[in-house]
Design a protein around this ligand. Sequence first.
Ligand code: URP
Ligand code: ZN
Ligand code: ZN
Length: 464
Amino acid sequence: MSIYDTIIANGTVVTPTLTAQMDLAIKDGKIAAIGKDLDSAENVIDATDCYVLPGGIDSHVHLAQPSGDGIVMADDFASGTLAALHGGNTMILSFCFQEKGGSLRQAVNDYHARANDSCYCDVSFHLVVTDPTAQVLGQELPSLVAAGYSSVKIFMTYEGLRLYDDEILSTLDAARSLNATVMVHCENEDAIRFLVEKHQAANKLAPKYHATTRPVAAEREATHRALALAEIVDVPIVIVHVSNEQAIEEISRARARGRNVVGETCPQYLFLTAEDLDGMDWEGAKFICSPPPRDKQAQEACWQALQDGTFDLFSSDHCPFRYDDPAGKLNPKGRTNFKWVPNGIPGVETRLPLLFSEGVMKGRISLEQFVGLTSTNHAKTYGLYPRKGVLQLGSDADIAIWDPRIETVITQQMLHHGADYTPFEGFKVQGWPTTMLLGGNTVIRERRQIEPKCLGNYIARNVG
Ligand code: URP
Ligand code: ZN
Ligand code: ZN
């Protein structure tokens, strides 16, 4: 009788203490052994010449979000998690938005109903507080954090979502008392609104003006303010989707003062620039996201911050809308004014191949840094470690086997998301996750889905 259910043999396995050619054995969905010449299993996967890594965790993914005004998000939990899995992820963290005046608990129930039984990888939820009433902060938040929703995102921009400084302070204070993790979207809403009005008065309405109405200074100022408010309350924070060197400097300076800050960046800030928003016709709308992609210098600064450890997290901020669709980017109002183009781009399936190719294969970051930036640090930040994000005994057998020999040209046609385009069309990448295991089950083999069932689970989390 076999000792193990599955052995992944002869791959280069990345563990917290050693990267070496070894076998990895799985029993009952957990990692049961890592070492040389393990024996024996029902199912043996040959990983010779491949890398055996923890499945990616993408801690910044928007799915099935009501987006107002006839706009429909392009991915539900089924298509979004399937795309995630094909792109090397075994878990995503998505957002439950509180409606203004509504209950946070109700938001959680609604998102559970949307995700229920339709996830191809594991899923957990961040809370989004848009209306921090005494009831929400004093009653709902404590019970939700205790129930495993241990992180909260707040916005400093977007009408209807943004919090004012006094609201930010009270939300940070509540999070501090609960040890909940707070993620902050840092852009100055008043400055943006001022610039949007000026652009409209000058009839500057094309997609490229999305970028000029959301300048670096608006992000830098809000980043500085968020860090200062967190310092006043004395609470750690996560600065999400950082796009440029000035915001990076704010994070570094806060750390130099002893602050506990986690920094996140995304593929759009390494691989796209504001020039992409200046396409023919209205094509630039495909690249509208916030903060916007910047310039080559900002890209270089983001690479540098990934390399030197200023950034802990590399996430997709997958926020998919179809382009050529009245419910998407080219909705009737969106065709006439960048202001009405829904913000966000798809990227959950391309995040890891892009970083693996341009980071690991081009020698900018090590394999171990790749694992940290795309999996381990997400697990540690959001209360999943060591169950997730690491290959070690007892952890969930959520595994990505990467073949570094495979060359792929990214095209919309090959992807599994619900959007009708990819902002990374035509990018050539070296290396792809060819085999994926979720809780010990082989769900993708040789890049093909072999498990039709939705085996993803909802995962309640500890505090980070
Ligand atoms: O444009 C973006 N990033 N949309 C997603 C929402 C957010 O701010 O993360
Ligand atoms: Zn955001
Ligand atoms: Zn986002």
